[in-house]
Design a protein around this ligand. Sequence first.
Ligand code: AMP
Length: 718
Amino acid sequence: MAKSSKSKVKTDKTPVDLLTAKQAKAEYARLQAEIIAHDKRYYQQDRPVISDAEYDALRVRYNAIEARFPDLRTLESLSLKVGAAPARGFAKIRHAVPMLSLDNAFADEDVSDFVGRIRRFLKLSEDEKITFSAEPKIDGLSMSLRYEDGELVTAATRGDGSEGEDVTANIRTIKQVPQQLKGKHIPKICEVRGEVYMTKSDFLKLNERQKAADDTIFANPRNSAAGSLRQKDPGITASRPLGFFAYAWGEMSDMPADSQSGMIKWFASCGFKTNPLTKIRHSVEELLAFHREIEQTRADLDYDIDGVVYKVDRLDWQERLGFVSRSPRWAIAHKFRAERAVTVLKDIEIQVGRTGTLTPVAKLEPVGVGGVIVQNATLHNEDYIKGIGGDGEPLREGRDIRIGDTVIVQRAGDVIPQVVDVVLDKRPKDAKPYHFPKKCPCYLHTDIVREETATGEEGAHARCTGEFACPYQKIEHLKLFASRRAFDIEGLGEKQIELFFEKEWVKEPADIFTLEKKHKSDLLEEEGYGETSVRNLFAAIEQRRTIPLERFIYALGIRQVGETTALALARGYGSWKAFHDASLKVAKGDQEAIAEMDALDQIGETVIESIKAYFAENHNKGIVERLTKEVTILDAEKPKTDSKIAGKTVVFTGSLEKMTREEAKATAERLGAKTSGSVSKKTDYVVAGPGAGSKLAEAKKHGVKVLTEDEWLTLIGG
Ligand code: AMP
């Protein structure tokens, strides 16, 4: 297909100095419309049709005309928007302290488990009071605002948690974000975090305006806040009503308070808006009552919330509790019940996932659920459709779902919409029972098997046996590979992968890195791929040629190896070579290598089985080998060098008296040590409390240093 032609750029040849007022007026209006259209293609559709230089030429001429005929300027003039020529693309900002997510609680028991876990971790007695800050969970987008000497210097989105987008210019247009912090004793560095949001009423008004202007309609207030903030032209952000609630912080050179609630008060004193519904609560019962109360007022609030958040109020306890992978142990988001709607099931299609799992997807009569139009929803698996058990709630024992049925769909936050029930009274006579396929819908028509559960019984999920020969599985793996949490290649989204796969330019991950060399000219022939977007794509690919170990392991798409497991493996082995050598040995059934992997924190039998299966497969080994020739894999983050135990392997045994085993392990890891469940000659310290048994004997056998709990605390500095 022909590449978009450059003849789209029509700058008039007449020098601006010689234009008549009438000519200038006409050209000014034409240029304005043209620039807006190019911005839209570039920023909203990712499909520029002209080069950067050509775009700049349009802006230069536009500005020149306006300079000569200032009367042409109206409120809509592009030059009036802050930052005359919008920057193309956002720069990245690395967060000094990562921006993490929150664990979720759905049921009441999840909340009591959360409080119980904290009690156990901190070794608190039943009568010791825990104070919580209970806050509404604002459904907007989180933002980190950095103040130096009290002055706003940068603003960044959460991004992938370690790196976000620099949206400083846009944030400066939000009135509720102070440019300068109020107060006398402002720490030199303050990173204030919170949520940017749009009110429901402003969202509705904005959509009306967008509709009238034939512009993008947003699905919900959260999307419109995100869309408004991620504008390359801060002038557009300035025209959108956005608010900000402060509730957290990142790097602070000094702490102005010693509790969460104290910090919130301090934010308010600095000039931030803080959420008025935030309350102090002391027990599970009080937390649950808070949840009910806020859920009831939810509909009356003018901003969206999707739950409440409970945070341990004391900051010294927060610090002791620390984090588990991406979420703090000291906080939990208690979500609200999902929103539901009733609609008609028109058809069922089968989707094949990355690991070959077949998921039946309901094709629905489009219906609005909590502000979003839903047309597809998961039906989980064959048994679920038959009404004989399954993953969804409530269970519909005996009530199957048929095509033509009226069904209830549910959405909960970011969770994929699901069909949760069927309305039997409305079943039409010609409703058709569904027969789950026996063969994979891919062109191989491979057999479908039901997966086994951990206990060896037949599981509910069907799987295609085609493995890497199955095109659906290949393509799903490629999508995972390029996705945000793996290689995070900007501009290489699902659509692009599908196209490149279909063209056979990218059949496996390594092909992504040879795409420029082998298919640049093919790509330039594709519709929608101009010089600029192709250049940006290749630059994004090049940028990711160097990759942290944990992301690389995750991107391999090994079953059971999600982000957390990949991180545990990366930390456990330190380098790609060590992990790869060990995995090849595990695949051969080497017992020592298996035991070593098993001793790593968070790694168990199922993960080891998957790694074994993955690296035993020649096809996978080939994929990995070709890929590693293309990329540079960084060693796992070095342990903190200023700690005495950095890089050491520690085993805890017996009962500890001053802290729980869990807390001891977490502290050791935070200080850069590895913790292990078994003693070997590679162990550096065994910390033994009363009742230590075989591990103590093992330590003596291998000549490993044994410490008491107190000696350990002295070693790590308390
Ligand atoms: P999740 O993205 O579901 O892991 O939830 C974490 C996100 O909740 C944070 O990144 C914030 O954007 C958002 N959030 C909203 N309100 C609060 C709050 N009061 N405290 C902490 N996080 C909040």
